[in-house]
Design a protein around this ligand. Sequence first.
Ligand code: MG
Ligand code: ZN
Length: 370
Amino acid sequence: MIKYLLALCAILMGGASAMPAPKPKNIILLIGDGMGLTQVTAGLYANNKKLNLERFPVTGLMKTQSASHLITDSAAGATAFSCGCKTYNGAIGMTRDRKPCPTILEQAEKSGLATGLVATSSVTHATPASFIAHVGNRGEMEDIALFFMDTELDFLVGGGLRYFTQRKKDQRNLYEELRRKGYDVSDFQSMPLTRTQPDPAKPFAWFSAMGEPDSAKAGRDYLPLAANMATNYLSKRSDKGFFLMLEGSQIDWACHANDGPRAVAEMLDFDRAIGEILRFAEADGQTLVIVTADHETGGMVLEQGEGFEVLDLEFNSGQHTASMVPVFAYGPGAERFGGVMDNTDIYKNIARLWGFEPEPTDADPKTKKQ
Ligand code: MG
Ligand code: ZN
């Protein structure tokens, strides 16, 4: 009895802060590759000063350095999100000691959740690959494609068909193998995404390009549609919930090319996809949405252009930069993503919210003291 009273007192005195965070049923991680605060701002001004990103109640800042460099690449950046460990640039789902690390997507899959990956790059490119594959070097595209054969990934949209059908290493046709595994699989040649109808009874894959998909400026427009399809499909695919990673992959590429208008087009395409995701999350009420970037690209600068309200987009670099990047969160558990965090905290917070075992791979004292 005394024990019970003491426990009751502790609860009353602890107040709301002692309450566990609400557990989101679904978690959607949206990654704008190369999307620093300046890229977000450029998109905002180019879009009549409005972005879906403004609808997020929680914002934070994220440190992006990798284990090997102050300036991360997308492989180490995405592995920090997927596995919660700092690793070397180029590593896909591997620790700094070159050991495979279990990813949040794999853990979700094991727990019976539905899972999805959507990108505007090839599906074997560093960011999506880091959620599903484990290879020492991001360039091993054919090896990365093999990992799609060994998972129960439910929803896949992106480019890179050639790493499945025109394989130099083993002449396997992984596209046909996916079909034999039970996937409803199609591609840009056989059917536009608008004409596909993913059936929640079957896993679904649609390839958007042979290699890397076109830019948004050149007419690529499947990302918002894929966002909408993915949420509808995944919410029906499992009663337990789902994990979806969706990437605006080409903000980074436009900034490497120091092409301001192309970067803005990619930013707005990504923001439209974010709008679709938010619409689902608002109606659903059990979905946590996190938007962030792996790093900034190009050292983008906003300068006064010719004329009132005209921006001139300039760049200081053709590479990634080390500046912190923004984090936006909406839904149950969102408050964990406020303030200043490390890129590994994205994984750690998701894992804690879902009650997954924290991964013991992030043991570098140098990183921990910072
Ligand atoms: Mg990427
Ligand atoms: Zn890049």
